[in-house]
Ligand binder design. Sequence first.
Ligand code: ADP
Ligand code: MG
Length: 228
Amino acid sequence: SRELLARSDKLAAVGQLAAGIAHEIRNPLTALRGFIDLMYQRARSHNRRYLEIMRGEVSRMEAIVSELLRLARPDRPQFQQLDLVDLVQEVVAFMNAQALLHGVDIQYAPRAASVTVAGDSNQLKQVLINLMRNGIEAMPRGGVLRVSLWEDSGRACVQIADQGSGMRPEALARIGEPFYTTKEQGTGLGVMVSKRIVADHGGELLIESEEGRGTTVTILLPAAQSPA
Ligand code: ADP
Ligand code: MG
């Protein structure tokens, strides 16, 4: 346990350093983006292609920096009683546009009229967005993303199942490792952040996957007493 403590101290130090660096990198990135946009307006079409790539890469750096800042300095969670039936519905509505663009149909079927947990709604939305996005991105040729919700033995369970690429066991073992990504524009931080948030809520995140068949992610959270 002393070793664990030393490790968490180290992690905290690394986190502070990461936050400092992320913060310093943000301003130059904003400047880069501004000048890329300016050049784009004046560029010939063959150069525009390069500038679009540059803009895409700057966006990716910005995404990594924001995730790092969120990791290192998480907002103090605001816990309140939440009905997951509504919260998941909101996120599904929010994600529908992106899903449609990818030919993905999100099918949401809560198995209870209400499922109450104590949690931070923004953080839990972030988890749902990260995991649904991964499901959508795993189905480049479209498909169905099944989202279900139920309560069992004092636990609220949200399940997100895709019919996408799935993962080999070696990939599944690495998921959630910082910066582990197989995507050209990925940050490799989405699952890590999600696991952290769920753990902060006293819950856990389970991931099952079969290559070529799809992936099922289950979020387990302690259920709160529903108001009578
Ligand atoms: P990112 O999405 O930016 O790559 P994540 O932490 O969200 O970062 O995911 C890490 C990696 O785990 C992804 O690049 C992908 O290889 C794999 N992964 C995550 N979710 C899924 C999924 N639903 N189906 C297949 N692979 C997945
Ligand atoms: Mg992701």
